[in-house]
Design a protein around this ligand. Sequence first.
Ligand code: BEZ
Length: 218
Amino acid sequence: MDETASRPAPCAGLRIGDLAPDFAARSTLGDVRLSDLRGRWLILFSHPADFTPVCTTEFVALARAAGEFDKRDCALMALSVDSLFSHFAWLRLIRDRFGVEVRFPIVEDPTLVIGRAYGMVSAHDADSATVRTTFFIDPEGVIRAMTCYPANVGRSTPEMLRMLDALQAVDSGQALAPANWQPGDPMLAQPDATLDAVYAADSETGWFLQETGGKGRA
Ligand code: BEZ
């Protein structure tokens, strides 16, 4: 049997709806505790290593979009196994080369205790590098979405913002975000799952697939 088949996948262990495990750690902005960020949205994301090509592009893109996350009352927090001093040196290089300052915290996780709690790295992995996992955590500390990308494909900042917009729009009403939804687009009504509603609907799909007015951010 392929040895990898029995290995837990990254993100394994935590599920949507779970409370995000709390932790305290050193970061580029001083000591941080996850639970201190309750009351705001939080995107907690891991990256494999400092001073690597794809990660550098992600940090430049996220630092440039920091104002957009702020507008949505969403904090960013990054994490990798690299040391605090490695993070500092990398941020200095990013500032000097790309002209952008990374002002969100990057946590150091040299013992992998956080990475393992979040399934960012498997207990069986020989390599300590985390994959690109991203957790969208709501103001109550609940994991609302998570994504997992391989080391060789960078994340999309517009998609991270879209996910956040969709989660916030969903929370503001009982509506659902359809495929390719963008802020300002119509959303979908929660289906009325009763037989009366099925027979009363004015079309075949009217009882389960119906747009509401645009409920998202315009
Ligand atoms: C990168 O960020 O480019 C990268 C990191 C780890 C492995 C491969 C690529």
